[in-house]
Design a protein around this ligand. Structure first.
Ligand code: GLN
Length: 548
């Protein structure tokens, strides 16, 4: 029988509910439990694919090709769980399903209402993720208690305990205990209000996770406990920490896993958190240091590159190195030149992106990396621009992507009409309609590596699988001319049609991949390409400054 932990948030948003849910899952997994996590998002977009990453943060992609909330990235990084389509529901997706059923006549003339139809659909959505191979399903409710949009979700999880039994459900609520500098005091009132609001709709939390910037003294915990109708040991301090990967350790130190055992009657062994201790040790006390430029079109919300940022940290963990990130605006490069902005970095990375802004600045960054022999890692758009730069400078072609110049004489990056989806075993076809927005190549695709390449050296395997999210592809008509000019096509789809990885001969480390490796990197399993890129950057730096 699967048991459920519902995680809600109060007081303000951005308290790190996703990290809290993920760290809780890590802790339970460290006890040998089989855990999955689901996110229920109150917004009306059917999926976050259409949301601006600069407003909402990155769109995370699952193996099965779902565009999801970035919290699913946290879930995967903290655990061995792999998300699928059932792990992220939005209000939009729930209503879409209910309205589709209504149009089909499934409700047999009934008046379709929020309660019970929407709440029932939410409960079904929760159950769809509670597969029989699990011990625990953690369900995070997006938004903050008190939001109008969250109400149907809160009502559904209230009913859920009623339906599946008290011993099978735990409600955890994340709140803020602010420190008021002027008064020199921590304040519990916002937490009390937030818990009251939950209780008004019939949910009494079993555990409070209190975000604080300073340790929560015992008398403060007692005060919160009395006001919120809880045992003192159910008030857990969630302290600000140097790295998010310390959160499982901190929750363990606060006794969260024992509390969950007790409330859910689990009766399991204490967690073994050695691996997390090792991760934290390597992040906090690295032996080396390297600086990577990330050349993009921001610089706004950094969450728009969350997985990338984490994957670079993971590459650092593998190399026992701190990785400093230099967020570099591509348009600045257009104005000031690459040398000015990139001379002090050890590696250059151009990440994924859409739209024409800053494109030429990114191409200049590629050229700089190639000519100065600085390690270069191009991801998705970063690979496409590497191909364009090489075609222009080394092959003498007036080349571009049709994304940026639809009438370019050499469309080296273009829209493919058809391609084979190895995962689903179907041919995907681009329709006239879908050129406007729709059809992307999404989710996991296999890729075969060529031996004696950087890619093969990194992965140590012949066949790999990586996740995609893009529309444009490398145009196979240009394979020959690129190969004649020092490019190695080191990763190709099994049917030989899709070019997935390119590299340069005669360069210490220059690699572009059409997929997004950052989605599969974990602190306990750093991604091979990030490990290799950071290793190359460290080496470049050491060759330059032998004493470091
Ligand atoms: N804009 C490019 C495309 O659609 C790259 C997308 C990306 O980097 N994710 O193919």
């Amino acid at each position: 029988m699967v048991k459920y932990i519902f995680v809600t948030g109060g007081v303000v948003s951005a308290l790190g509910k996703g990290i809290a849910a993920a760290a809780m899952a890590a802790l339970l997994e460290a006890k040998g439990l089989r855990v999955a996590i689901q996110k229920l998002d109150p917004y009306i977009n059917v999926d976050p694919g259409t949301l601006s990453p600069f407003e909402h943060g990155e769109v995370f992609v699952t193996d099965d090709g779902c565009e999801t909330d970035l919290d699913l990235g946290h879930y995967e990084r903290f655990t061995s769980f792999r998300a699928t389509v059932v792990n992220n529901y939005t209000t939009g997706k729930i209503y879409y399903n209910v309205i589709t059923k209504e149009r089909r006549g499934d409700y047999l003339g009934a008046t379709v209402q929020v309660v019970p139809h929407i709440t029932d659909a939410i409960k079904e959505a929760i159950k769809s993720a509670a597969t029989s191979d699990l011990d625990i399903l953690i369900v995070e409710i997006g938004g903050t208690v008190g939001d109008i949009e969250s109400l149907p979700f809160l009502e559904a999880i209230r009913q859920f305990r009623y339906n599946v039994g008290k011993e099978n459900v735990l409600y955890a609520h994340l709140t803020l205990v602010p420190f008021i500098r002027a008064a020199g005091e921590m304040k519990t009132k916002p937490t009390q209000h937030s818990v009251n609001e939950l209780r008004e709709i019939g949910i009494q939390p079993d555990v409070l996770l209190c975000r604080t910037e300073r340790p929560l003294p015992p008398e403060m915990k007692r005060k919160i406990a009395i006001h919120c109708n809880l045992d003192t040991d159910a008030v857990i301090a969630a302290l600000d920490l140097d790295t998010v990967y310390e959160v499982p350790l901190s929750l363990k130190a606060e006794g969260l896993d024992r509390l969950i055992d007790k409330k859910l009657q689990l009766n399991v062994t204490p967690p073994n958190t050695d691996e997390w201790e090792n991760v934290v040790q390597r992040i906090k006390h690295p032996k080396h240091e390297t600086t990577i430029a990330i050349v993009g079109k921001y610089v706004g919300l950094k969450d728009s590159y969350k997985s990338l940022e984490e994957a670079l940290i993971h590459g650092g963990i593998a190399n026992n190195s701190r990785v400093n990130l230099k967020w570099t605006n591509a348009e600045e490069i257009e104005k000031k030149g690459a040398e000015e902005l990139l001379a002090d970095v050890d590696g250059i990375l151009v990440p994924g992106g859409f739209g024409i802004r800053g494109i030429e600045g990114k191409v200049q960054a590629v050229r700089y990396a190639r000519e100065k022999k600085v390690p270069y890692f191009g991801i998705c758009l970063g690979m496409q621009l590497a191909v364009i730069e090489i075609a222009r400078t080394l092959c003498g072609l007036n080349a571009n992507s049709t994304e940026f110049d639809p009438t370019t004489p050499n469309p080296i990056i273009y829209l493919m009409e058809k391609w084979y989806n190895h995962r689903t075993g179907t041919i995907e076809e681009r329709t006239a309609d879908s050129q406007m927005g729709g059809t992307m190549r999404l989710g996991a695709y296999p890729c075969v590596l060529k031996e004696e390449t950087h890619a093969f050296a990194a992965y140590g395997a012949k066949e790999i699988s990586e996740r995609h999210r893009h529309r444009y592809e490398f145009n196979n008509q240009y394979r020959e001319v690129l190969s004649q000019n020092g490019v190695i096509l080191s990763g190709i789809s099994p049917d030989g049609e899709l070019c997935e990885i390119i590299e340069l001969k005669d360069h210490p480390w220059f690699l572009g991949c059409q997929f997004h490796p950052e989605f599969k990197s974990r602190p306990r399993e750093p991604h091979p390409l990030f490990t290799a890129f950071i290793a190359a950057s460290l080496k470049a730096k050491m060759d330059f400054f032998p004493e470091s």
